[in-house]
Design a protein around this ligand. Structure first.
Ligand code: CA
Ligand code: CA
Length: 423
């Protein structure tokens, strides 16, 4: 539906300025190195298909997932579909569910996590929360179509979760299943399919108010029937820091800029970057683009509490002896900083000290992420003013080359991760 293809032309291979790794524009959104065969060719031309797997409705398959590339279009896609085309019949079919629970679930501002947990529902009060289940044995089979994407057939059995958000914040949920199974995840503001805030084939996210939010892991129905089966579900809640987002005014010397330095803060396209090995991941280091990757995802999620269905691979082999190499030894790279890292094509002289706080901000809003600079240099195309991994893009609702404002935080004491800036 909204599938987009973006071509990106880098400036080609430029001499490395870092000890272990040089400019990295590859291994980002395009995923051409999914087979571990990263080449310099990726730098020159990279294709990213930003299509959410399910935008084709019934043609939903698992195969697209392997492209490693469709990361961030869900919000765009679903914004369009949130135009509520819900049918009357659907409303009626859901009214039963809604009516018998409304009294206890109509608690948008109720943070009483002690409220009785309804029958057949799993109640969630701690994060990150993990659940393993099998929709082939689910007790509920009431919800079929959700207002986020009414054309999607979620007619198979579902698991319901009542989530107590402890504050206003960012709620996300990720689902993991195997081939032949297709469980989708939905975030609802009430126990009602017409109250859908977001949904996804693999993950969903929403800014929620303190109180109860509902998450439903539902079974997608394709032409072959309900794709029920075993799945894992993670639910995470992050309360963004709030406050000033002042950025230092100055300029950044970048490799190959011919003395034409970038005025900071700057606004422009931000690359979707790959993952880097951290201090929590001792040698032997990854020998392929996916070696030890699952462990990295788990470590990162545990360190940050930030839930998403991660899919980016390690930064490609270029100049280093292992995949996922940044600047300097991994032992110098805290796990928390990797989750929220940022790079620019700074010269070695201009490169900020490791762990310097920078801010990536929506140029026209208050949404931002505090990110860690100084660990990697790139992207090599100076038009792409910086890069950051999928964690940042997922929160910012941006994709590869999404436009953000970048700058060095004036206050170097603010916490890493999502932030709501003072207007
Ligand atoms: Ca269902
Ligand atoms: Ca799915």
């Amino acid at each position: 539906m909204l599938a987009r293809v973006r071509l990106r032309h880098g400036s080609g291979l430029i001499a490395c300025v870092a000890m272990l790794a040089c400019a990295d524009e590859s291994g980002t959104g395009g995923g051409p190195d999914a087979d571990g065969g990263a080449t310099q060719g990726e730098t020159a031309s990279e294709i990213e298909t930003e299509s959410e797997t399910e935008t084709e409705g019934e043609s939903e398959t698992e195969t697209e997932i392997e492209s490693e590339s469709e990361i961030e279009s869900e919000s765009e896609t679903e914004t369009e579909t949130e135009t509520e085309t819900e049918s009357e019949t659907e409303s009626e079919s859901e009214s039963e569910t809604a009516s018998d629970t409304e009294s206890e679930t109509d608690t948008e501002t109720d943070t009483d996590v002690e409220a009785p947990c309804p029958n057949g529902v799993t109640c969630v009060t701690t994060f990150p929360f993990h659940f393993d289940g099998d929709t082939g044995a689910a007790a509920s089979d009431l919800l079929d179509h959700y207002s986020c994407a009414p054309e999607k057939n979620e007619g198979g059995p579902e698991f319901l979760f009542r989530v107590a958000a402890p504050a206003d914040g960012f709620l996300s949920a990720a689902v993991y299943d195997d081939a032949g199974v297709d469980i989708d995840v939905h975030i609802l503001s009430a126990r009602d399919a017409s109250a859908c805030l977001d949904r996804g084939d693999r993950h969903a996210r929403a800014d929620v108010a303190a109180g109860f939010v509902w998450v439903v892991a539902d079974t997608y129905v394709n032409a072959s029937g309900p794709q029920a089966g075993a799945f894992g579900l993670d639910i995470g809640f992050i309360e963004p820091s709030r406050g000033a987002c002042a950025m230092a005014v100055g300029e950044m010397a970048r490799v190959g800029d011919g003395g034409d330095r970038l005025a900071m803060p700057a606004t422009g396209p931000i690359v979707l970057e790959a993952h880097l090995v951290t201090a929590e991941e001792p040698a032997p280091f990854p020998a392929t683009s996916t070696d030890e990757l699952a462990a990295h995802y788990a470590l990162s999620q545990a360190a940050t509490g930030y839930v998403m269905h991660r899919s980016q691979v390690w930064a490609p082999l270029e100049g280093g002896s292992f995949y996922g190499a940044g600047i300097g030894a991994p032992s110098l790279f805290p796990l928390l900083h990797e989750a929220w890292y940022v790079n620019m094509y700074w010269t070695s002289a201009a490169r900020p000290a490791r762990g310097t706080r920078m801010i990536l901000r929506d140029p026209s809003g208050t949404r931002a992420v505090v990110v860690a600079a100084g660990y990697e240099t790139g992207p090599g195309n100076l038009d792409h003013i910086g890069g950051t991994p999928e964690e940042t893009h997922f929160y910012m609702r941006t994709g590869h080359l999404g436009v953000m404002t970048i700058g060095i935080a004036t206050d170097q004491a603010i916490p890493f991760g999502p932030r709501i800036c003072d207007p």
